[in-house]
Design a protein around this ligand. Structure first.
Ligand code: CAA
Length: 260
């Protein structure tokens, strides 16, 4: 697989997708999105891949969002297609049956922040800066920012960020619950790798079902969500991994997961 706008690497069960347009602060073009989706499909299909990490090339940005330069003269239909492109990217992140970590190494603005919000975890460098800046160019978030941000930080904070378009520091994002962890820039990728390895060592079937139940359950009423959990619990119980986990516990050894 060869890519121009991303770098895709797999090692020790971790697939890393690096958004690679550093001259444009890793802004998303159609081509980049297409390559990203191809890599995600590969990560999905490859049983060796247990965790996906997304980060940005260069020192400055995770991603500065959608390509603003491509918006000159944009028609409503083109805007709708652009919104759908981001939808497909976020959907690929939320529906891949493996945890996805955003390693936020710099600016995560507009669509860049929105992509990170579709990830299971956001780990930020202390140099990271985040914002739903669309209003500053006369736009609103189009890749889920009005909805996922509201679900993560609540309506009032989401409105504050979307209406002002302000850019916040990593520690502020942490205080808002927008990022899981902030670490010194030099330690970002080591920290992310350690966390990814920890996740990669967990039971694959349980991980897959936990993600699906949390993702699906978050948007339905509690009774329906608890029904989803019960079904998921039943499915996981039929896995060989559960029997292995129980045996390993009683035999006081490390489990050897099969992912079955
Ligand atoms: N699209 C296209 N190019 C971008 C870009 C973007 N979103 N963000 C930055 N770039 C380009 C700049 O135009 C510049 O290119 P040139 O050298 O060719 O001029 C290069 O990246 C470096 O950027 P700056 O010179 O602006 O760097 P800076 O350090 O002065 O500023 C910044 C950094 C504050 C992030 C600034 O670049 C900025 O505000 N970028 C726009 C961020 C933004 O508003 N993103 C939202 C996009 S809309 C969106 O995403 C909609 C949606 O919901 C899907």
């Amino acid at each position: 697989m060869s890519f121009q706008y991303i770098v895709y690497a797999k090692s020790e069960g971790i697939a890393t997708i690096t958004l690679n347009r550093p001259d444009a602060l890793n802004a998303w073009s159609q081509e980049l999105a297409q390559e990203f989706l191809t890599a995600m499909e590969d990560a999905h299909e490859d049983d060796e891949v247990r965790v996906v990490v997304i980060t940005g090339a260069g020192e400055k940005a995770f991603s500065a969002g959608a390509d603003i330069k491509a918006m000159k003269g944009m028609t409503a239909l083109k805007a709708r297609a652009l919104s759908r492109m981001g939808y497909k990217v976020c959907n690929a992140i939320e529906t891949i049956e493996k945890p996805v970590i955003a390693a936020i190494n710099g600016y995560a603005l507009g669509g860049g922040m929105e992509i990170s919000m579709a990830c299971d975890f956001r780990i930020a460098s202390d140099k990271a800066r985040m914002g739903q800046t669309e209003i500053n160019i006369g736009l609103i978030p189009g890749w889920g920012g009005t909805q996922r941000l509201t679900r993560i930080v609540g309506k009032a904070r989401a409105k504050e960020l979307v209406y002002t378009g302000k850019i916040i520091e990593a520690n502020t994002a942490f205080q808002l619950g927008l990022v899981n962890l902030v670490v010194p820039a030099a330690e970002l990728m080591t920290t992310v790798k350690q966390f990814a390895q920890e996740l990669a060592g967990k039971a694959p079937v349980a991980m897959r079902v936990a993600k699906a139940v949390i993702e699906k359950g978050a948007d339905v009423d509690l009774e329906s969500a608890l029904a989803l959990e019960r079904e998921g619990f039943g499915v996981v119980a039929s896995s060989e991994d559960l029997q292995e986990g129980v045996s390993a516990f009683t035999e006081k050894r490390k489990p050897a997961w099969k992912g079955k």
